[in-house]
Design a protein around this ligand. Sequence first.
Ligand code: S5P
Length: 363
Amino acid sequence: PTWTCSYRERAVLPNTSSLAAYLLRLIAIKKTNLCLSADVTTTAELLAIAEEVGDSICVLKTHADIVSDFSDRTMKGLRDIARRKHFLIFEDRKFADIGETVQKQYTGGPLRIARWAEITNAHILPGPAIVTALREAAASTIASYNTAVHTEITASPPTDHDDDHDVVPSSTSADPLERLDVSHAPDRKHSVVSISTTISTRTESISPHPRPDIDHDDGADTLALLERLGEAPYLRSLLLLAEMSSEGHLLTGAYTATCVQIARAHRDFVMGFIAQHALNSEPADNFITMSPGVQLPPAGQKDGKKLGDALGQQYNSPRKIVLEQGCDVIIVGRGILKAADRREEAERYRREGWRAYEERVGL
Ligand code: S5P
């Protein structure tokens, strides 16, 4: 049913979680269905590639546990670039444990994923409680932010600005997520103003019903709109691994079908799937399918020849994944990372993915 719908049309369908709606709008505005898989091993490389290709992507996917010097600086650096360049951050953690354990892995440890990544993913091997556990942990992360903000505001002496919720935040204001830990706020008075502003704008953007002005995506309106919608860091969502790209994987048949059923039972938190083809089959389904194992065939080689690496990875072209398989977001790692000009190569993937999408929906 969603096969021939535009991203924009899908953003306003019922049953679309707030973050999915935000992402669909972001994709339509930036005209990119490309996710970069930033599989690099240092903070410097991660921030450099995010800066380099940020304009061409809708999502940046990370493996934080391969970054040897991952720290607060990595999280803040990434969030800063994501805010400026308007993309979402997806930590490819592939949770696969009991509820109690995944909650700790998601919110704690050295990575504190729930803090800085809007999207993460999970296997459903342990059963549906993995979804409810992660949802609960996401909600409490956001709630603890709200409590911290509330405490900060009520505990602070009144200032001239305290009840002025319409102050426009300066473009240089820090990511509000950093203020989760309010004890680190360097200037309390300043942080109160910026936090209260954030609350008023956020309440608006969390609303599941997008505003009518979303349909104006041309010219200067484009970036202005994304600026106004720029509060997505407050939303959290999960992708379920319904299929894999690797040779001989076991995520097939009844397993994939169960995955879809679990997603349907948790539409508020599960935004979609990691899969090799679209899995929306009921009228109410509007899941986003993100597909790894994507590479353009080398110059001169015809699309259709089997591509892969020496360790089981299998590749399809953006065209096959988007046009023939109905997927929504192409995930590309080495195809871009190994290019001499990564910015130009990301643009090439963006154009390919976008053309395939336009052809699919008949634009
Ligand atoms: O089925 C999958 C699921 C994932 S998330 N196959 C995958 O390859 N991935 C991830 O996508 C993988 O962990 C890696 O980060 C990326 C593919 O990278 P590439 O270099 O092969 O494009």
